[in-house]
Design a protein around this ligand. Structure first.
Ligand SMILES: [Zn+2]
Ligand SMILES: [Zn+2]
Length: 256
């Protein structure tokens, strides 16, 4: 059974739902067979592999996932992981994929030359986008963001590599709330460093929503970003701006 690009998209969607524990793995496999996406065995492999890719799984000791996906599947999964989970998770997934190639090559059934070339190509793209300087686990590291973590969709928009790039290119890497500019404060290491915040209230979003990187996202410094997410849904950047403004005015008048 030939696996077409559309089948890969659909199996990714199913695998994501399994990963987020929205459906059982067996249920997803049955659904894949029902939709005629691929064989039962392949469906199980793709679903399991996504989990390995996302968790950077080092199975037991040393080796990684054993069951191979086709070239198009590998590329789609990795690109999608970068868009949906951000650069950091993508980088880990890439490493996991390299480990798989190494494992496979060592089996002696022939080498996965094309897969390796594909990984090299994706790695190259990654290094180009490194200038975007995504903070590691931008959202997860900070306990203040717990509210946001529960809402996967907010993170997905904020971590979407393509949307981030468009947003930052347009607005420049300067905090839209407090105007903090990392490169003018920290010099070279601060160049292009910034978080991206998703402004749109989630309650306004239905399944059809497609993020507008210029109007729906804005660059914010990690401090302002944390403050925006002290409320759920997150407060609007203009409100935080007003809070800072009125607070500073009060502090200044008190100190006089
Ligand atoms: Zn700020
Ligand atoms: Zn945010």
């Amino acid at each position: 059974m030939k696996i077409e690009p559309r089948d890969i998209e659909e199996i990714y969607a199913l695998a994501i739902n399994v990963y987020h524990k929205k459906i059982e793995k067996n249920e997803a496999i049955e659904k894949a067979v029902e939709l005629n996406l691929m064989s039962k065995g392949s469906a199980a492999d793709y679903i399991q592999n996504l989990k390995y890719l996302l968790s950077g799984h080092t199975y037991n000791s040393g080796h990684t996932y054993k069951r191979t996906m086709n070239l198009a599947g590998t590329e789609f999964f990795l690109r999608k992981i970068r868009d949906d989970f951000g650069q950091n998770v993508f980088e880990r997934a890439l490493k996991t994929s390299y480990k798989h190639v190494k494992y496979y090559n060592a089996l002696g059934h022939g080498k996965q030359v094309q897969t390796e070339q594909l990984l090299d190509k994706l790695k190259e793209e990654l290094s180009q986008e490194n200038s975007m300087a995504v903070y590691p686990d931008e959202v997860n590291l900070n306990p203040l963001f717990e509210g946001a973590i529960k809402n996967v969709s907010i993170n997905a928009y904020e971590r979407n590599a393509k949307a981030r790039k468009i947003c930052i290119d347009y607005h420049k890497p300067v905090c839209c709330v407090c105007s903090f500019d990392f490169s003018s404060h920290y010099g070279e290491i601060g160049k292009n460093f910034i978080h991206v915040h998703h402004i749109v209230d989630l309650s306004q979003i239905d399944g059809e929503y497609e993020v507008d990187p210029i109007n729906d996202l804005c660059p914010v410094c990690p401090n302002c970003h944390a403050m925006l997410h002290t409320q759920q849904p997150a407060m609007h950047p203009s409100k935080l701006k007003a809070i800072i403004h009125s607070h500073n005015a009060r502090v200044t008048s008190k100190s006089r």
